[in-house]
Unconditional design. Structure first.
Length: 84
């Protein structure tokens, strides 16, 4: 794995965890493998293409939204531009 600066960051290990997006009833849960690294970052986690594909998620960067299918239809995660 490489840091945002381009430096190589060795992984300490990996961990399989259930990851849930949104809250009941418009939620979905998948078992994801997270790489553990020792690297200062403003982020707690970074969801890559593999995770987004597992959730069948579609991202809309301009609108700061992620859409994904659930048993009750499509659900959306939204964020505000000021917070981002």
């Amino acid at each position: 794995m490489y840091a945002f600066t381009g430096d190589r960051v060795p992984s300490i290990g990996s961990l399989d965890l259930p990851f849930t997006i949104r809250e009941y009833p418009r939620q979905t849960t998948k078992l994801l493998t997270f790489l553990i690294v020792d690297c200062p970052s403003a982020y707690n986690i970074i969801l890559g293409r593999t995770a987004l594909n597992a959730f069948q998620a579609i991202t809309f960067a301009f609108h700061l939204t992620v859409n994904f299918p659930t048993n009750l239809g499509v659900s959306t995660v939204r964020r505000e531009q000021i917070v981002a």
